[in-house]
Design a protein around this ligand. Structure first.
Ligand SMILES: *Cc1c(COP(=O)(O)O)cnc(C)c1O
Length: 537
């Protein structure tokens, strides 16, 4: 437990997206699901934390596969009847235009209260009503407007709701305008910029998730100024926070008293990446986790706890997945054959199609029926490379129609089915570009064995041949793709397949070790406690 000598800090957790449930389409992927799981564990632990987010009218893409085998994006407009109206409306100025936001609240998923800002109100002009239209959609201008609603609007919502906050947690750089708002508040009470910044800093913590330099969002100062994101500050002051162009991550590091990376290896990467940022907060690492009661199958949990027949429960979860796949795709996989799952955002560094690299190795395994593969994932709607990756996966399904399937529109429901019902979970990003990854933790908790390169969280969990397998030994050299592919095949052919078909006892022993490894160490219960002990305290 957190030491109670000091009052447990009251935390406001800011994030662009929250993945609480598939029916509330305000998330895109890993970042949002981490945020949703964070709120659920905070509630389980009765910690005084609230979430601040945006109500996305059209969510992220609903991505479907056309008959030409290519992904298409659909954006339904959502209406929810279960959001609670707090009665609070806040105002901020965007492009000099008065902009109002309603504040909704949702807590129906056993989560700490989540407050969602919504500019779709009658007081606003059409342009302002549509600020929160598509999550990660639109141009830079749209993004800055959204980030102003989240940051500036978020702080004002907390004030209007009458909430006392000790710690402002910016989960990723999207929320840094909240720091500018805190500085502005302090200055309006008579402090100069330096004092106001120092005071704000005592209350801010920041989590970085992006080990790829290009993934760190930057904005031109002229745009920020035009939008009103300066919020009373001047160019010199803004430049001291975020540089020129204005880097949201650099600003996060300079606005926070302490920052964190999301796995041990990511900690090393992030400290190296940001070592030359003057005045940056120290970067510690707190490894991600997942919310056990959301992601662990109840039957599997009970079987594991009581020592009952884990295999029977696993096969039940696998048959549920096989049925869902059959209903969706008309491909009926064999529940008695090895099934490997891979579901991820289609980004080149994640190498979704690495396993198909050498047809002479993979084809006999697929056509003989020894190996079955299920894929899922979305590409960002504006990412043509990502869409090509999806098309390649769909093409592989057509080459191997009985043993490879692709499930369109990856969401939390599919995430649950897949990380419970596969036998094995494959993960092969280019190390060290995966900050953490969490789907493998969900899999591990269900006894779905990980087969992964040593990136993200896996170096902390992996005991090769005991609770899963690693391949490539942490290689980061030239020909990384070729090297990693050869290593993947070697482990697959020499270790995984023989164990599955010839040493079922050992496989089941490994499943137990996997659950034991994951269920606390990679839970958000452990993670949220660590945030309180090391970041919020
Ligand atoms: C868990 C989950 C993710 C994040 O998993 P990664 O391993 O980080 O890719 C993304 N999307 C969905 C739907 C999930 O359930």
């Amino acid at each position: 437990m957190v030491s109670l000598e000091k009052r447990t800090p009251r935390v406001a957790y800011f994030c662009m997206e929250f993945g609480l449930h598939e029916e509330l389409a305000i998330y895109s992927g890993g970042l949002g699901i981490l945020a949703g799981d964070h709120l659920k564990s905070a509630a389980d632990l009765r910690f005084p934390l609230v979430g601040i987010g945006l109500l996305w009218r059209q969510g992220y893409t609903m991505q479907l596969i056309g008959s030409d085998g290519k992904p298409y994006d659909v954006f339904p407009t959502y209406a929810y009847d279960f959001l609670k109206d707090t009665g609070v409306k806040i105002r901020l100025d965007i492009r000099g235009q008065e902009t109002w936001c309603r504040v909704w609240m949702v807590d129906k998923y056993g989560n700490a209260p989540l407050y969602l800002l919504d500019p779709n109100v009658p007081e606003n002009t059409e342009r302002e009503k549509w600020i929160n239209f598509k999550l990660y959609g639109g141009n830079d201008e749209a993004r800055v407007a959204q980030e102003m609603v989240l940051g500036i609007g978020g702080v004002r919502a907390l004030r209007a709701l009458g909430m006392e906050i000790d710690v402002y947690h910016f989960n990723e750089g999207h929320a840094v305008f909240a720091g500018i708002e805190l500085i502005r508040e302090n200055m309006s009470r008579g402090l100069d910029f330096e004092q106001a910044w120092r005071k704000a800093r005592e209350q801010i913590v920041f989590t970085t998730h992006t080990p790829v330099p290009a993934g760190n969002e930057c904005h031109e100062h002229s745009l920020l100024q035009y939008m009103g994101a300066y919020n009373g500050l001047d160019y010199e002051q803004m430049k001291r926070l975020g540089g020129d162009p204005f880097s949201m991550t650099v600003a996060g590091l300079r606005l926070a008293r302490v920052a964190n990376a999301v796995a041990e290896l990511h900690g090393h990467t992030a400290r190296r990446m940001w070592s030359d940022v003057e005045g940056a907060a120290p970067i510690i690492h707190i490894t991600n986790g997942v919310h056990r009661y959301t992601w662990q199958d109840e039957g599997i949990r009970k079987a594991w706890e009581s020592g009952a027949d884990l295999w029977a429960e696993h096969q039940r979860a696998k048959r549920e997945l096989v049925r869902e796949i059959g209903m969706r795709t008309s491909v009926w996989l064999d529940p008695d054959k090895l099934l490997i799952g891979f579901a991820r955002r289609a980004a080149p560094y994640k190498r979704s199609d690495l396993v198909f690299g050498k047809p002479e190795v993979i084809e006999p395994l697929l056509t003989s029926g020894k190996l079955q593969l299920v894929f899922s994932g979305k590409a960002h709607p504006q990412d043509e490379k990502g869409k090509e990756i999806i098309s390649n996966l769909v093409a592989a399904c057509r080459r191997y129609p009985n043993s490879v399937v692709f499930l369109e529109n990856y969401d939390m429901k599919l995430g649950r089915l897949l990380t419970r019902g596969c036998d094995m979970w494959l993960n092969n990003p280019r190390r060290p570009q995966e900050a953490s990854g969490t789907s493998g933790m969900k899999a591990a908790m269900n006894g779905v064995l990980n087969l992964s390169v040593l990136d993200g969280w896996w170096p902390e969990g992996c005991r090769h041949g005991v609770n899963g397998w690693q391949f490539a030994d942490g290689y980061e050299g030239p020909d990384q793709d070729q090297h990693d592919m050869e290593c993947l095949y070697r482990v697959l052919v020499e270790e995984v397949i023989p164990t599955y078909y010839s040493s079922r006892e050992k496989w089941q022993e490994m499943m137990r070790s996997s659950i034991e490894m994951a269920q606390y160490q990679f839970s958000t219960e452990r993670m949220v406690k660590e945030y309180y002990q090391r970041l919020y305290c």
